[in-house]
Design a protein around this ligand. Structure first.
Ligand SMILES: [Zn+2]
Length: 347
């Protein structure tokens, strides 16, 4: 499996900063058609190989597989960056965001520029850890009010119910408002920049949410069962344009990928399921109820519940039943990449 870790380029001397700045800006010029700028030959090759269609965008320096060189010296990591005029490139200290994985091979990586800072995006390749044996279920319902609602299901009952990512809606609303205001004033460049900021803010929240979910699954030896995107679309279909727009813009895909990825890193199996029927079934009596609003589920016999919880419990129950039918239980069965398994509950 692959993992990309960000590492800030730190403590550049003035000379190295100049060299790097020149290489980076020459790469942009080169990609806009100026073939005369001096550029390290490998960077030229990489540019020709990857960046065919250049628009109004900045491109990162790409570090070729065979040139990549990352070394530890005392407390620091040093990365070699090829720049024109310096044989073998310059050696710069980098500060990684997190620990590098063990037994990993460093692959083709990138240097991006953000404002006036450089960040190395280091991509590692390493064997996936073995899948753990699980005894309970962490059922995750993706929703609109809370980006994720999780139910920890053990021995036929709810042990924990958790709601995550409520702030996302606020962030998105704020930026939608801001974008409208900026557009009214014709500030399209600012609109773009603001969009990038929103995305990064939402990403920070998604990373936190996915980390919490995976950590909980790890601490409780749980399978993670996730509703898939098709399920969410089915659920809101025909419920008005506004809701459709909100849901189709929610970062479910990113969250799903983050959960799958973080789970794979620690050997927690993730099962995705189409959640058709689970949101209109009452988790207590199994009758068909109604989703009155996005947040409220009403059963004619049992009363009202949080719709997110109702959905998550239904998914957990159905997955439990499905598991009990499986001839071999636990880790043996899921030793294969269960992350790619799509489980469809029967109504
Ligand atoms: Zn009921």
């Amino acid at each position: 499996m692959r993992l990309t870790i960000q590492a800030g380029v730190v403590g550049l001397t003035r000379r190295k900063k100049e060299l790097l700045d020149r290489e980076y800006s020459n790469l942009q010029k080169f990609l806009r058609g100026d073939k005369t700028v001096p550029l390290y030959s490998a960077n030229k090759h990489q540019a020709l190989r990857y960046y065919r269609r250049v628009k109004h965008k900045e491109y990162p320096l790409s570090l070729r597989n065979d040139l990549i060189n990352l070394r530890r010296a005392k407390a620091f990591w040093f990365l070699k960056i090829p720049v024109y005029g310096v044989r073998g490139g310059i050696k710069v200290p980098v500060k990684p965001h997190r620990e590098f994985p063990e037994n990993a091979k460093l692959c083709e990586s990138k240097i991006v520029k953000r404002k006036d800072r450089y960040i190395a995006m280091l991509t590692f390749e390493f064997p996936a850890p073995p899948v753990r044996e699980c005894f309970s279920i962490l059922s995750v319902d993706l929703g609109e009010r809370f980006v994720a609602t999780a139910v920890l299901w053990q021995n036929g009952s709810v042990m924990k119910a958790l709601f995550y990512g409520k702030e996302i809606r606020g962030v998105r609303r704020h930026y939608a408002w801001l974008r409208r205001r900026l557009q009214e004033r014709g500030l399209t460049q600012v609109v773009k920049r603001v969009g990038g900021k929103e995305r990064r803010m939402v990403n920070v929240i998604l990373h936190r949410v996915s980390k919490r979910i995976v950590n909980l699954a790890l601490a409780t030896n749980s399978y993670i069962v996730l509703g898939d995107l098709k399920g969410i679309r089915q659920r809101v279909n025909g419920k008005g344009k506004r809701l459709n727009r909100i849901v189709s813009n929610m970062p479910y895909y990113r969250l799903t990928k983050m959960i799958e990825y973080k789970a794979m890193l620690v050997g927690i199996p993730v099962i995705t399921t189409s959640e058709a029927y689970t949101s209109i079934t009452c988790h207590v009596c199994g009758c068909e109820g109604k989703r009155e609003t996005q947040g409220l589920f009403v059963c004619a016999h049992c009363g009202e519940y949080s719709a997110d919880l109702n959905g998550a419990i239904n998914v957990a129950k159905k997955f439990e039943r499905w598991m009990s039918y499986m001839p071999i239980h636990g880790a043996e069965r899921v030793n294969q990449p269960i992350t790619s398994l799509s489980w469809k509950p029967h109504p």
